[in-house]
Design a protein around this ligand. Structure first.
Ligand SMILES: [Zn+2]
Length: 135
């Protein structure tokens, strides 16, 4: 199933490319816009497939990790910030039920089954900025 998804993603990108090529070949601005719209749709579809695949990959990694009890490194898909994922049985506070990258705001999967996930930033910048800037 995963292989099919990768192929689907590739196909979507190929279709998008094809539409873009056709768009540039059009002299009629309306037709050109149609192809450009189509291109956008293919790109959107490709991205959503890509996201689904990443979630699936990540989900498998969490399962492996739970068996091994090892920390999982996680890289933000949006900005590449490094995180370390820890799991908690139940959230102590519900204030951060929306899990997102603190730098770029990309959404992360908040839980894996009954296990809630916490993302600890691993960027080296953090260490230097530890001192309080203002009270
Ligand atoms: Zn990010």
């Amino acid at each position: 199933m995963l292989k099919n998804l990768s192929k689907q993603i590739r196909d979507c990108y190929q279709q998008a490319e094809d539409c873009a090529r056709k768009a540039t070949a059009q002299t009629d601005p309306r037709l050109r816009q149609d192809y450009l719209n189509l291109e956008q749709r293919w790109l959107l579809l490709a991205r959503s497939c890509d996201f689904t695949q990443r979630l699936t990959d990540f989900s498998n990694e969490v399962k492996r990790w739970k068996a091994d009890e090892l920390p999982i490194p996680y890289t933000c898909p949006g900005c590449g910030a490094k995180y370390q994922v820890v799991t908690v049985d139940a959230p102590a506070d519900t204030q951060d039920d929306r899990v997102a990258c603190r730098w770029c705001g990309s959404r992360f999967p908040p839980s894996e089954g009954a296990t809630f996930l916490r993302y600890l930033p691993r960027s080296p910048e953090i260490r230097h900025k530890r001192g309080r800037e203002s009270g």
